[in-house]
Design a protein around this ligand. Sequence first.
Ligand code: NAD
Length: 329
Amino acid sequence: MRRSAAASHAIRSRRRLERDRVTVPGGARLLEGGAIAAEIRTAIAEDVATFTVGQGRAPGLRVVIVGKDAPSTVYLERILRGCDKVGIDAGFVELEGEATEAKVTATVRDLNDDPTVDGVIVQMPLPGTIRLRAVIDAIDPAKDIDGIHPLNAGLLRLGYDGFLPATAHAAVEILRRSGIEIEGRDAVVVGRSAVVGMPAAFLLVKEDATVTVCHRRTRDLAGHIRRADIVVVAAGRAGLVTGSMLKPGAVVVDVGINVVDGRIVGDVDFASASQVASAITPVPGGVGPLTNALLLTHLIRAAERQATDRQTGATAAQPGLPALSRGDR
Ligand code: NAD
């Protein structure tokens, strides 16, 4: 019997997943983001090369950074290095920590108007004197590759395709690419922030999970988590979720990044959780590497879409978005 190309590909992917399967002493499968990110970067490099030949320039990313904030700088360097590897023209615009809101929004608008810039990221956190909303609103939704503009947030909420916040995208993509079944399963997302928790919850709903969102006022966090097949934790609290809170066999995605005694740890107590879970992401090395790779995917998509829009005369306010389907809801 001859197999279709798609079936053969699915079988090859499954075999590769089996071959690459890494387990930790408790028996849980380790869901590592690095290998998936490397695959994604290979695909991005090809798309970047095609774009560069077609447009006569590399796709461009600019990161706006306001003031010197140590974690932001590390994050920024990582993004720039990643871009360099795949041929993206990345750079940053650094403003003084005392920069006014008007200065920051004007900088963003200049980047919106620059035809060689395809994606704009404003590094958070911003100084307290600047209204986050004013800056977010200033970003051209067509260049908003980290999905923070209300238009992109609205598209996600409505079930349409738009730019997704990269971290939330990575939290769900690591499940999909690891062959973890999402459809019909009970998922709990711990954290309801606009950039991580809520978009991750909407994405899981889109993948047909039944989703509960927990937050700092949730009364019985352990009770909710114990019912979940999939637990995504994005709370920013080291050790918040322990093995005793999990249903045996649950799949755990730890988005948290915390520094404890000079070490980076997640929101999940890995030692106890990996004894109970069937699969778990490590911190570092889980969601983080995938976040960076997906951000670059968003950038090349933004560049391609804007190139098409320029040809067809679509505007940023009325972008010529590709034919988007809103799935069965
Ligand atoms: P945030 O502070 O904006 O939101 C935290 C959320 O967690 C809130 O909704 C809050 O209600 C909830 N929460 C806090 N304490 C809780 C508790 N005890 N019980 C239940 N819920 C609780 O944070 P954020 O920006 O969403 O980031 C969340 C985590 O993800 C942080 O650790 C951050 O560093 C990390 N992060 C990781 C990446 C990555 O690439 N892996 C990217 C961005 C953020």
